[in-house]
Ligand binder design. Structure first.
Ligand code: SAH
Ligand code: SF4
Length: 355
């Protein structure tokens, strides 16, 4: 299989690449249509594209570069895909069914260097970034799976919340977003795309300035530095004050709402006083913030953490509401199939190592 997928090029990049080799713009549009609307996976199937152009493309690119290694289907319709990349690495992609449509959660890196203490993805240090093509291909593989099922279903939403820190792979992330948004292709609206970051402030500013119209979610998880440093070591380098400044910059310059993610860990950050402290921390951005309370998905290696009790979650939610903070509890998908991010992958790798 090829290493380099043509899915990694934006329409402008493809047009330029072909123009440099003497092919006109309309040809790039034709190829793009075959890739994203007709969704063929072989250049030779692009019947009305000039033969020389097909040959050129096949000499330089592949279309698919990864293989489906495993697929787990949950009783609620969630499907978790484990893909093997051309270099043997494994990544996860998840398809979720909602009332509002179908969303796909994509991975951006092989492993993650941020190393949050509760996360399965951080168990394995990052071995490399995914290319833009590999991020796009995850969406295409899921879309091709839906096409084959014959129900005319379309991926309508994207969450960049799989393995990895998307802002640590910034350029590829931005190209991926552009390719997803392209009106002549999948045409997924920017407001249907959400990127989650652990809080890399310089990149939050850069992302703001790009005005992509894509939603931003920030993993806060604790209302003070002492606690946040305990569960997310990145907080030592980027403390809450800096993060809040970047969040304010985002809100002021985009006038868009932001999601604050808060994972609930039993007896660690889930008490009423934490909810009040959180409300105080975000009070002056409350009109633009929505807190997403995330029930913790237990990870074997992180046995120091447990999931908060149902009543504790309700009490936390009620306290935030009383404080005038808009919030919700994340609905869970596929709890019967290793739902926590990076969990299936880490289990599979462990199984391969021990076999
Ligand atoms: N690296 C980015 C995006 C990927 S993680 C980030 O951290 O934001 C996506 C979300 O899943 C984050 O909010 C993360 O904190 C959360 N998460 C990680 N491990 C989890 C677990 N075991 N249970 C529940 N949520 C988890
Ligand atoms: Fe990386 Fe996000 Fe997991 Fe932290 S929570 S280790 S940033 S993937």
């Amino acid at each position: 299989m090829s290493r380099s997928s043509i899915y990694g090029l934006t329409l402008d990049q493809l047009t330029e690449w072909l123009a440099e080799r003497g092919h006109k713009k309309s040809r790039a549009l034709l190829v793009w249509d075959w890739l994203y609307r007709k969704r063929v996976t072989d250049f030779s199937a692009m019947h009305d594209v000039n033969g020389e152009c097909i040959q050129l493309l096949s000499e330089h690119f592949g279309i698919l570069t990864m293989e489906e290694h495993l697929k787990q289907q949950s009783s609620d319709g969630t499907i978790k895909f484990l893909f093997r990349l051309y270099d043997g690495n494994l990544i996860e992609t998840v398809l979720m069914r909602h009332k509002f449509g179908l969303s796909v959660c994509v991975t951006t890196q092989v492993g993650c260097n941020i190393g949050c203490s509760f996360c399965a993805s951080g168990l394995l240090a990052k071995s490399r970034d995914l290319s833009a093509g590999e991020i796009v291909e995850q969406i295409m593989k899921v879309q091709l799976h839906l096409d084959q099922a014959g129900q005319s279903e379309k991926v309508s939403h994207i969450v960049v919340m799989g393995i990895g820190e998307p802002f640590d792979n910034f350029t590829n992330l931005i190209n991926f977003i552009e390719i997803m948004k392209e009106r002549k292709g999948l045409a997924i609206g920017p407001r249907h795309i959400t990127v989650s970051t652990s809080g890399l402030v310089d990149k939050i500013v850069e992302f703001t300035d790009l005005q992509t119209q894509v939603n931003l979610a920030v993993s806060l998880h604790a209302p003070n530095n002492e606690l946040r440093t305990r569960i997310m070591k990145i907080n030592r380098a980027i403390p809450i004050e800096k993060l809040m400044n970047a969040i304010k910059y985002y809100i002021e310059n985009t006038k868009r709402r932001i999601t604050i993610e808060y994972i609930l860990l039993k007896d660690v950050n889930d008490q009423k006083e934490h909810a009040i402290e959180l409300a105080d921390l975000i009070r002056d951005i409350a009109a633009y913030a929505n807190v997403n309370l995330i029930p913790y998905n237990p990870v074997d290696e992180h046995s120091q953490y447990q999931r908060s009790e149902r009543d504790t979650v309700s009490a936390f939610y009620d306290t935030l509401k009383k404080q005038g903070i808009s919030c919700g509890v994340r609905l869970e998908h596929g709890t019967d199939i290793d739902a926590a991010c990076g969990q299936l992958r880490s289990k599979q790798i462990k199984a391969e190592i021990s076999s």
